[in-house]
Write a new protein. Sequence first.
Length: 231
Amino acid sequence: MQNIMIKRPIIAPSLLSADFLNLGEEIENLNNSGIDWLHFDVMDGHFVPNLTFGPMILAQIRQKTKLYLDVHLMVENAAQYIEPFVKAGADALSFHIENNPHIHKNIMEVKSHNKKAGVVINPGTSICALEGILPFVDHVLFMSVNPGFGGQKFIPETLQKVCALREIIQKNGYKITMIIDGGINEATALDALRAGIDGLVIGNAFFKHPLKKYDKICTHYKSLKYEAESN
Ligand code: DX5
Ligand code: ZN
């Protein structure tokens, strides 16, 4: 009998789309849903034109969950937030390449705390910009919308970059997890998985999914990889 390895995607709901009036209940439901990561979008109103939440909220969430807390920093001066988020209980911190001349220093600082470190790339940024930092990162997060808001339309050209980076990663033997963020739904998730993405950040299409129950929604998205491989 042939052994077929089926790789399931990492499912990372984006907290940005959660119901903040019932946050405790949301976290409880997520805990029991089978999701892998909880994606935590930090916006400062400067790097992106929106404001969200910071380490204080993450620390409270940490008290209620063992989930892998994946922090996406959409801020100026990201370095100043490393220690506060590590102390608050983050598992991973990712930095945009576009506004960060000291990204290597930041990545190494995160790793010195035994946390995972990632780099984020906007739709308009070439993967050439990542070349110098790839040997040091655990995650690459591809923005498939311009960062700042949930519920935007997926930019399909992102997938060309995903394919190209997958080849570079394979060629060099890097151990990097590739995640996509923005406009992910069933259709775009499948395209992204076919392009070689390992994980899906899902905001609106998770929290507002007609299946309603988070465990069902999670299983639904996890099964997409199987379809991708069986085609
Ligand atoms: C956008 C954020 C995303 C956002 C995704 O700047 O980085 O994580 O929450 O939301 P959807 O899936 O609704 O596009
Ligand atoms: Zn994000």
